[in-house]
Design a protein around this ligand. Structure first.
Ligand code: N01
Length: 852
């Protein structure tokens, strides 16, 4: 083999580079692995500071691809030390003869794509030019120490140590006055050990971190036993878990348990000494500020119980950002260290560093001399090591230029304009939010399988399409936006490096979901990629995930319940089922008052519920019609949604229980809707409401009733309406629209359930009546302003879209919100699905606009 022309160049000989090298060899690809250091190990080669350990348990932080390793390697502790992990990497490299495939002390300085040869040319610090078909960055996420951004760093004459570049021979701090700057994982692990040697230690803290005790010792028995008993199942669970460690997800909201019980649960998690245990105590720690505060305050109480000086304890207590949104740390005696007489904590917020000096540090109103300074100030994470190499893709654009406003990738693995470039655990993949071993193996497997598929298919190049990349960016953002991460200044958000774009760099949708997505891309013939070779080009354009991640989770959860289809039930059974489901949902926000009453319908009294805002009235009023396919539901069945609209829009809602089918078929619901509207208009003043400002609203079949009521009001002399809010409405009984096929199954409201509803409600001959199908009205002009909300994964999507369009064409002022990634029901799931908040906020804003 020519060493200067290979199939694949891999940068980095950490765990990713090692496994990839093994797989490439196994499958007959020639390769070169280029590594800056003089040994394997990557992050565990560089990070040799005192106390450096992995804070994922050794049951989980190890390779799974070589089953023999499990028997021939015994970890000595629960959390392995850096030297032990490095020895493990060396052992694997020796065992599989990987050293022979690695060029050490060889830094890659540049890589240029050549469009003619369809190859990369990689240049090294040794002046070599290597051509390769594929180029893989296995450079790690936390490998590029951040440039010091503290004034005067170059003035100091004494020894300076950076945690991420620690001397191999170690450092002896005995008898020294030592400064440590930074209290992230590296600082928190090293500070207790530096304190054991130093005569005086000053810790400079800018932001206190949440840290949980490692309680190191033997491997956790329960995990070790499960692993031993059934390794395959254990590893499969890890691969499909949220973080790459098999933790059973909590189903308990933090506020659903009494404070004492919550504390007991958190105490048990604390005592596990596992990084992920505390955050996993409750299901909503990552998405709800109030839930998160329960855990945050628990940690603060622990700090207060450990640190004797209350002022120091308070300074060490994180406030102002949620637990977990900065990487939590694991420590051994970190907080205890601040009880030692020779250890001092300096809060940089009240005493900022003015300058590092020749002999020490000027901070606040002090000047202090130090014998050594330790920088534990972190990394240019996720992208630093990738863009440090001058990578020029097609048209001479560098990755650094392309990523100026934030990294753009497809799956965190590839990027448009950079054919045949792969990143292992790149930005846009779970990476640092996961057990890296699981994520590394998954990426290597995916890249290997892709290279094999390309070879088998006669393809030379692979590149994602702009549509796929943009779709992935949007999906990553959808996932991020339902969490609490985006408001915190963390390195996850690029906030630790001045000038870095502010985005959530890792993918936060979870390891399991991510794996399924990558598998799906592969199974669908590399969806979102263009592959080309001598035999031609295959462009398989598309977006792999548009559904909102929380909506998808609900669908997955429901699929596991094995519920019978509603259309297999009788109407009575369906009503009981619907009521039982409603009984277990969150109630929705508080409103000023809820009053139940009856009003005269078209053929007898109808129940209603009036929701009144807490503010003083008289309020405008929305006559609301519930969902339930005209068959089930009631004036209280959409309670959370009605409360939400009432509270957010500051309007009164009168929710009406119109008559239901099949007992009362078409046009009973329509006639009741209009009768209720007239009654509310006539009685608004006596209800303390504003009779001059009335609108209608409804969801699903209720959206149908609302739309029909608006048409009847137009045609029958009033009342005059300020607006109509139609949420995923039924507008056309023909059910011929494409979305009935596209979304026929799998999104709760199915095509066959819709058929069941129509069969109960209206005879086929009646379905073209505009009172059943408002879309079929010959004239839609003169209707009040409308907001129509349709959902992407709803069988009713296209008929809702069509109604919005038809009204607009008829001159009606229409606001049309196409809710991306939502289903027929998801927007109504108040306090359950964070992704429903923006559309509901838009609906409330529309109501406010209706009423001026
Ligand atoms: O870096 P960090 P790290 N002036 O960025 C402070 C992984 N890891 O090396 O928070 C003053 O977390 C900075 O303050 P602030 C793990 O994923 C894993 O400790 O930006 N202070 C912060 O306190 C971890 O999260 C393991 O306000 C400055 C600290 O320096 C990641 O690596 C072990 C400053 C940096 O903390 C990075 O951890 C170690 C300035 N100019 C690391 N600039 C294990 O698995 C920064 N700081 C065990």
């Amino acid at each position: 083999m020519s060493r200067s022309d290979v199939d694949v160049v891999v940068v980095g000989a950490g765990f990713a580079g090692l496994y990839l090298l093994h797989e490439l060899r196994e499958h007959g690809f020639t390769s070169r692995v280029l590594e800056t250091g003089d040994d394997v190990g990557g992050t565990w080669y560089w990070n040799r500071y005192p106390g450096a350990r992995c804070d994922i348990s050794t049951t989980d932080y190890q390779f799974t691809w070589d089953p023999e390793l499990h028997d021939e390697w015994t970890w000595s502790e629960k959390h392995a030390t850096q030297p032990e992990i490095l020895r493990y990497a060396q052992h694997v490299a020796r065992k599989h003869d990987l050293y022979s495939g690695i060029d050490f002390e060889t830094r890659v300085t540049g890589a240029v794509w050549n469009e003619d040869s369809k190859k990369w040319t990689v240049t090294t610090s040794k002046g070599e030019h290597i051509t390769c078909r594929h180029y893989v960055m296995a450079t790690g996420c936390l490998s590029m120490p951040k440039e010091p951004d503290i004034p005067g760093t170059d003035r100091y004459q004494g020894p300076v140590h950076v945690t991420g570049r620690w001397p191999h021979e170690g450092v002896d701090f005995t008898g020294q006055r030592v400064a440590v700057i930074g209290t992230g994982s590296s600082g928190i692990q090293s500070i207790p050990l530096i304190a054991e040697q130093a005569a005086e230690l000053v810790v400079f803290q800018r932001t206190p971190n949440f840290s949980v005790p490692a309680l190191n010792g033997p491997r956790p028995e329960d995990r070790a036993a499960r692993l031993k008993q059934d390794r395959a199942t254990y590893e499969a669970e890890a691969r499909l878990s949220t973080s790459g460690v098999p933790v059973v997800p909590s189903t308990t909201p933090a506020l659903a348990v009494a404070p004492d019980t919550a504390r007991e649960m958190m105490e048990a998690a604390w005592q596990r000494g596992e990084l992920l245990a505390l955050g996993a105590t409750f299901m909503d720690v990552g998405i709800s500020r109030t839930a998160n505060e329960v855990v945050s305050e628990f940690v603060r109480s622990k700090i207060r119980s450990i640190v004797k000086d209350p002022a120091t304890a308070e300074l060490l207590s994180p406030r102002g950002y949620p637990f977990g949104t900065k990487r939590p740390c694991m420590d051994t005696n970190y907080y205890e260290t601040f009880n030692l007489p020779h250890v001092r904590l300096v809060d940089l917020n009240s005493s900022p560093i003015r300058s590092i000096t020749e002999t020490g540090i000027d901070f606040g109103d002090e000047s202090k001399e130090f014998d050594s300074i330790v920088y534990a100030t972190g990394f240019d994470a996720m992208t630093g090591a990738i863009v440090a190499v001058d990578i020029q893709g097609r048209d001479g654009i560098t990755l650094k230029e392309k990523w100026e406003n934030g990294p753009l990738t497809y799956l965190g693995l590839t990027s448009v304009g950079f054919p045949n470039l792969f990143m292992i655990t790149g930005p846009g993949s779970p990476s640092v939010l996961s057990n890296m071993m699981v994520s590394i193996e998954q990426h290597v497997d995916w890249i290997r399988d892709t290279l094999i598929a390309m070879r088998d298919g006669g393809f030379e190049t692979i590149e994602p399409t702009p549509l796929a990349e943009e779709g992935w960016r949007a999906h990553c953002e959808d996932c991020a936006s339902i969490t609490l991460f985006q408001d915190t200044n963390s390195w996850y958000m690029g906030a630790n490096v001045p000038g870095k774009p502010r985005v959530l760099f890792p993918y936060i949708g979870g390891v399991g979901r991510y794996r399924r997505i990558c598998d799906e891309v592969m199974a669908r013939g590399h969806l979102g990629f263009e592959l080309s070779g001598a035999g031609g080009t295959r462009r398989n354009d598309g977006v792999v995930r548009e559904i909102q991640p929380d909506v998808e989770s609900v669908l997955e959860m429901m699929a596991t319940l094995g519920l019978p289809p509603i259309e297999a039930m009788s109407p009575v059974e369906a009503r009981a089922f619907s009521e039982a489901s409603s009984a277990v949902r969150p109630p929705g926000p508080a409103v000023g008052e809820m009053v139940d009453g009856t009003l005269p319908g078209a053929a007898g009294p109808l129940e209603y519920r009036l929701y009144r805002p807490a503010s003083s009235g008289p309020h405008p009023v929305v006559v609301y019609f519930h969902g339930g396919g005209w068959v089930f539901g009631s004036h209280v069945s959409d309670d959370p949604l009605c409360r939400d609209l009432c509270a957010q829009a500051d309007v009164a809602i009168v929710s009406v229980n119109y008559r239901h089918a099949p007992e009362d078929r078409f046009p009973a619901a329509a006639l009741d809707g209009y009768a209720a509207l007239r009654w509310v208009a006539a009685n608004a003043a006596s209800l303390g409401l504003d009779p001059t400002r009335i609108a209608v609203a409804g969801w699903s079949a209720g959206g149908n009733v609302a739309a029909v009521a608006a048409q009847m009001a137009r045609d029958n002399g009033g009342p005059e309406l300020c607006g109509q809010l139609l949420l995923t409405p039924v507008t056309d009984g023909s059910r011929q629209h494409q979305s009935h096929t596209d979304n026929a199954e799998g999104y709760i409201l199915t095509k066959s359930l819709m058929e069941w509803f129509w069969n109960h409600y209206a005879d086929p001959a009646d379905r073209s009546n505009p009172l059943a199908s408002p879309l079929l009205a010959t004239d839609l002009s003169g209707l009040p302003p409308a907001m129509v909300v349709t959902a992407q994964y709803d069988p009713l999507r296209d008929e809702g879209d069509a109604y919005a369009e038809a009204m607009r064409r008829a001159g009606v002022l229409v606001e049309h919100l196409r809710a991306k990634g939502h289903t027929h029901t998801s927007i109504t799931m108040v306090d359950m699905l964070p992704s429903g908040v923006p559309p509901r906020r838009a609906m409330a804003a529309a109501l406010r606009r209706f009423f001026g």
